[in-house]
Design a protein around this ligand. Structure first.
Ligand code: BYC
Length: 314
């Protein structure tokens, strides 16, 4: 059946559907820019999950007990699974997964700033679970209401698993903050190093954000970067303070009038440097992904050969 509607008519119907709270599904008409924005965002998100396995994965051989090792292995596996859901969600928009991965390996695709920092001590594992996954959950709970069906459904499932990650991280840091002076120092040091990169995860300030306006118009994002960052700060600051940990920000203060914890200036030069490939661990992260991709080549070839055999037999 031919569709005789003009572009303007299709756009108006598309926007009316979003306004009514309907989900847009893969076969539905959508503006090219909506598709392009989703591919950009979902693929960056998928890459973040897969690259995000590396800083924590490095500590699997050094976990201090069998219980901690099992939890960490499960968490890192979950992140790989999240990458899979998200590559699938991106593929539902007509893009090829191989192409997306090639862009990552070539250093052309972005992934979350936060995974370009090293994990120096075991407490970093707890801090990533609590602080980094906490920030991710804040953002992803919002994205679970996204207008694109496959992305919003992937977020619901991912958030459920992330909640387990968050709890194990919080349990660990709570234990260390109340533990020996060495453990307490380790927890504080981890907070000092992960605080600012975690706040940067929400993206640049609204005044410098390029995509927020378009994403919010089509309800891909429901809140701005600064709104989510502030909500997260308000939730997490009292929790760290209650444990006697110090937030590494001399300007942090509570504003009675707005009910907000107000932070000092974020070093946005550092953020842009890191996301453009010049953070402390960018080169190592991409080298590790390239090596893993190369080592997995025989598996992809075997799967391809198997699929061809099945097709011939059918
Ligand atoms: N890192 O216009 P803006 C996890 C880029 S993983 C890097 O504000 P937008 C976990 C942005 O892409 C969870 N780049 O963008 C896994 C844009 O560049 P391009 C990861 C960033 O889209 C393993 C430019 O800056 N979560 O939880 O409106 C272990 C301008 O930004 C970042 C997601 O991926 C950043 N932080 O808003 C443990 C969530 N921020 O594309 C845990 C999905 C911005 O023009 N993504 N940029 O070259 C989003 O929600 C949004 O894309 C963002 C940015 C809030 C990140």
């Amino acid at each position: 059946m031919t569709d005789d509607r003009t572009y303007e008519e299709k756009l108006a119907e598309f926007e009316a559907r979003i306004e009514r709270g309907e989900k847009i599904e893969p076969g539905d008409w959508m503006p090219d820019e909506y598709r392009r924005q989703l591919i950009r965002m979902i693929s960056q998100h998928a890459h973040s999950e897969v690259v995000g396995m590396l800083p924590e994965g490095a500590w699997i051989p050094h976990a201090p007990s069998l219980r901690r090792k099992m939890i960490l292995i499960a968490k890192v596996q979950d992140e790989g699974g999240h990458g899979q859901y998200l590559y699938h969600a991106a593929e539902s928009l007509g893009v090829d997964r191989e192409e997306l991965i090639e862009a990552l390996l070539a250093g052309k695709a972005k992934y979350s700033n936060v995974f370009n920092y090293p994990t120096l001590t075991w407490a970093d594992i707890g801090m990533i679970g609590w602080l980094v996954d906490g920030a991710a959950i804040k953002n992803q709970t919002m994205l679970a209401h996204s207008s694109y069906g496959p992305y919003s459904r992937a977020m619901v499932r991912i958030c459920a698993e992330e909640t387990f990650h968050y709890k194990q991280g919080k349990e660990m840091i709570t234990l260390y903050a109340k533990g020996t002076p060495e453990q307490r120092q380790m927890a504080q040091d981890a907070l000092n190093r992960w605080w600012w990169p975690a706040l940067m995860m929400f993206g640049p300030p609204d005044s410098q954000s390029i995509h927020t306006e378009t994403l919010m118009r089509w309800k891909i994002k429901i809140k701005t970067n600064d709104q989510l960052r502030q909500e997260f700060i308000n939730e997490i600051v009292p929790e760290f303070l209650a444990l006697g940990l110090e937030i590494p920000d001399p300007d942090l203060h509570y504003d009675e009038e707005t009910g907000n914890w107000v932070i000092g200036e974020i070093d946005w030069d550092e953020f842009w440097r890191v996301i453009r490939g010049n953070g402390p661990m960018n080169r190592d992260r991409l080298a590790a992904r390239r090596e893993a991709h190369e080592k997995g080549k025989w598996v992809r070839e075997a799967l391809e050969a198997y699929a061809q055999r099945q097709a011939q037999a059918a």
